[in-house]
Write a protein that binds this ligand. Structure first.
Ligand code: COA
Length: 142
């Protein structure tokens, strides 16, 4: 039964990736893992960029527009390779996240984030730099 559930989940994730990239025109690398409960901005879908082996976990929100700044404020929000975005984090419009980065659960990311950083909080602040962040934003064991 659990194998069937896994298969159904994989099919849904594949179809969702297809819709995101081919229907909405988001730029999502095929190896990126997007939770079914993540929310990617469909008002400006072409502004979404998600790199290789990055993980967007449950409840995370990636924004690419901001009506507060006036109609038509559409910005590219760029997430690099090997980025882990924790549960319910919000990535604000126009933010650029580098490669090999971890965003803590519930963070609100308002500024660009450098490579090999771990950030958390609202607004997200650097907790530490860590060169051991590897694929899918996981720590590489030595
Ligand atoms: C960001 C994270 C990776 C940091 O883990 P860590 O390196 O073990 O960090 P620590 O627990 O030692 O915390 C370091 C500091 O950051 C703070 N902190 C950690 N995670 C935080 C978060 N999500 N939001 C705000 N502050 C956070 C801690 O309170 C601590 O603060 P202090 O130094 O003032 O005491 C982890 O806390 C996290 O959020 N993981 C994501 C979990 C998730 O989303 N899971 C769901 C999908 S698998």
């Amino acid at each position: 039964m659990s194998k069937l559930r896994t298969l159904i989940r994989r099919i849904i994730i594949f179809l969702k990736h297809f819709v995101y990239t081919k229907v909405y025109g988001m730029h999502i690398h095929p190896s990126a893992l997007i939770s079914l409960k993540a929310r990617l901005d469909k008002t400006n879908p072409r502004g979404i960029y998600i790199g290789k082996k990055s993980v967007i976990t449950t409840g995370a929100v990636i924004l690419t527009h901001n009506y507060v700044m006036g109609n038509g404020t559409f910005l590219d929000t760029i997430i690099g390779n090997n980025v882990f975005i924790g549960a319910n984090a919000i990535i604000m419009p126009g933010v650029r996240i580098g490669n090999n980065v971890i965003i803590g659960a519930g963070s609100v990311v308002t500024k660009n984030i450098e490579d090999f950083s771990i950030v958390a909080g609202n607004p997200a602040k650097l907790i530490r730099k860590d060169e051991t962040i590897g694929e899918y934003g996981q720590f590489v064991k030595n």
